[in-house]
Design a protein around this ligand. Structure first.
Ligand code: AGP
Length: 611
């Protein structure tokens, strides 16, 4: 959730590192800072709030050649203030450290460092790294000494870290280390870059080295030397990033979220490409699971957090429908501590946009430890989840910058539908049923484009709903699964209380909350339960709630509905995809009308890399 960047070369190191930091604003942060090593000293500039505040402090300052590391902080230890902002220094001011992650044994380390005479300037866990390094560095250290000091310090701490260190005696060196927190090196000519996430590098280079857990690396303008935790030199092959740099920018939309909602059709099309064949068969050539391994799968368990979990709820129903076998869905944060009954014969699916979510990673490790076959359904190529799972099914939604997940959800559900068709190819579901699903799947990009064409109608409904203080999203079956995600979308970006309920549960309690000022969005796309949904909405209307119905194009407008949202006809199991496209737009326009910080909602971060 924090962001790291760094630069070493002939450009203005400080400004390049800070510029690069702007590409990571989407990660969510409360303060920012930069440190440079040049001219025999360390210079640190830090500011609370947005990176723009840091830019303002740097305005007019001299050009700094040499090495610089920069950071955006999202508070975990200590308040979000300037003293706690990174970079942090040792007592002598010889070095500066930026760090993502959590040092779990920081309290005891801090205590013993204090006893040895160190003085702390912040409440952070990160600062212990600076003082531990200080103890290991002799006067006039070489790059090798710094590398060894970082390696030894890394061995002393427990927890997760991506750290970058500059030293005043070494203006042509940055030393970095990673464990359970992403870190990549961007390769240039006579210059090198550093970042916690690839988009920060795209304005400068496409050639990227992804560090692995335990790696400690020394970076100079013309060199990158990587060693493993034992100090052995290791080779990491550079990968070529094919994303267009503009794919990580807003591309003319007012917000990344809106841009990404509009990228939904492409995200789904790309996810299906080369997997859903013209004859409706599904092939998964890029998923490294052998036919023999597939044949041993007896049960499926789907695990994720937030939006990814909600996609999993759709996947659960879909797989049960096609496979006629029990499929479970679990929050990663619950699964990991539940002493889960999982092992050989189970396919454990881990869904994640970022591939770096701490709970999902921990759940994956637990499932692996217990012998399950693990498959990651992931968007971020090269992410930790994708590297640790037995196999990966990439969702190919492209980079998602807005904190609120949009196109990633659509791609996740499409990927799960592919997987259900693949696993169900010899199951009991009839060939006709599978063919119908495959046809609808192929037609989804067009269905999504049709939803987007109705943006103005959705915006008008949002305008009318902006003053409501509470929303319920009701549905049955697939509509209920979709409702969970729709409610999350609204609450995270508009700050309006929103809850999803299985419509049949309303009478068992929540109906007591319905009164004027409460909006109830009824998802009514399932033929089998359509009449029941309408009667639920009538009950809301009778209590003077505002009723919004989301229905298929073929349906007549139900009476007693205040507002109507329409989506194109699709297979019942796939309706969450067009429904969410429309309801993401609804959430977006409600939040827009309320003047919310849509791409970076308060208190939230794009990637939750700590528990
Ligand atoms: C979605 O809008 C969220 N901001 C959040 O729930 C997110 O889906 C969750 O943190 C999981 O992230 P992941 O997909 O990167 O693992």
């Amino acid at each position: 959730m924090c962001g790291i960047t760094g630069y070493i070369g002939t450009r203005d190191a400080v400004r390049t590192a800070v510029q690069s930091l702007h590409q990571l604003e989407y990660r969510g942060y409360d303060s920012a800072g930069v440190a440079s090593a040049a001219g025999g000293c360390i210079r640190i500039v830090r500011a609370t709030g947005k990176i723009a505040a840091l830019d303002a402090l740097l305005e007019g300052s001299a050009v700094t050649s040499g090495a610089a590391v920069a950071h955006t902080r999202w508070a975990t230890h200590g308040r979000p203030n300037e003293a706690n902002a990174h970079p942090h220094q040792d007592c002598l001011g010889r070095l500066a450290v930026v760090h993502n992650g959590i040092i779990e044994n920081y309290a005891e380390l801090r205590h013993s460092l204090r006893r040895r005479g160190h003085e702390f300037a912040s409440e952070t866990d990160t600062e212990v790294l600076a003082h531990l390094l200080e103890e290991r560095l002799r006067t006039s250290p070489t790059a090798d000494d710094l590398l060894a000091a970082v390696r030894a310090t890394a061995a002393e701490v427990t927890g997760s870290y991506a750290m970058a260190v500059v030293c005043r005696d070494l203006p042509d060196t940055i030393v970095v280390a990673r464990q359970d927190s992403p870190l990549v090196i961007g390769l240039g000519a006579g210059e090198n870059f550093l970042a916690s996430d690839i988009p920060a590098l795209l304005p400068y280079t496409r050639s990227v080295l992804v560090l692995e857990d335990g790696d400690v690396a020394e970076i100079g303008p013309n060199r990158v030397r990587i060693t493993d935790a034992a100090g052995q030199e290791v080779e990491r092959k550079p990968m070529e990033v094919t994303w267009d740099a503009s794919a990580a920018e807003k591309g003319g939309f007012t917000h990344f979220m809106l841009k990404e909602i509009h990228e939904g059709p492409v995200a789904v099309r790309e996810t299906l490409r080369g997997r859903l064949m013209a004859d409706g068969a599904v092939e998964l050539p890029d998923v490294a699971i052998t036919p023999e391994q597939w044949s041993h799968v007896r049960r499926v368990i789907i695990v994720g957090c937030g939006t990814a979990y909600h996609a999993g709820l759709v996947g659960k129903r879909l797989m049960e429908e096609l496979l006629r076998r029990p499929v479970e869905a679990a929050f990663a944060s619950e699964f990991r501590y539940s002493d889960p009954i999982v092992g050989a014969g189970d396919l454990a699916l881990f869904i994640s946009q970022s591939g770096e979510t701490a709970d999902t990673l921990a759940a994956l490790r637990e499932a692996k430890r217990r012998g399950a076959l693990t498959l990651a359904v992931v968007n971020a190529v090269g992410s930790t989840l994708s590297r640790e799972a037995d196999a990966v099914l990439y969702t190919r939604a492209g980079p998602e910058i807005g904190v609120a997940s949009t196109k990633a959800y659509l791609a996740q559900v499409a990927a799960l539908a592919c997987l259900a068709l693949y696993l169900g190819r010899s199951a009991e579901a009839s060939a006709d049923a599978r063919a119908a699903l495959a046809r609808s799947l192929a037609a989804l990009p067009e269905a999504l484009a049709a939803c987007l064409d109705r943006s103005d109608e959705v915006a008008a409904v949002a305008q009318a709903l902006g003053g409501h203080s509470c929303f319920f999203y009701l549905g049955r079956g697939y509509d209920f699964a979709a409702a969970t995600e729709a409610a999350l979308k609204l609450k995270e970006i508009s700050y309006i209380h929103a809850e999803a309920y299985a419509a049949g549960e309303m009478k068992h309690g929540p109906l007591a909350l319905v009164e004027p000022g409460v909006a109830v969005v009824g998802l009514c796309t399932q033929a089998a339960t359509h009449e029941k949904m309408l009667s639920n909405l009538r009950e809301v209307k009778a209590r003077e709630g505002t009723v919004v119905a989301l229905i298929n194009d073929s349906r007549e407008a139900p009476p007693e509905v205040d507002h109507l949202l329409r989506i194109p006809e699709t297979h019942s199991a796939l309706t969450p995809i067009p429904a969410l496209c429309t309801l993401q737009l609804l959430a977006y326009y409600v939040a827009l009308a309320r003047g919310c910080d849509i791409d970076q909602p308060r208190n939230l971060a794009k990637s939750v890399t700590v528990e």
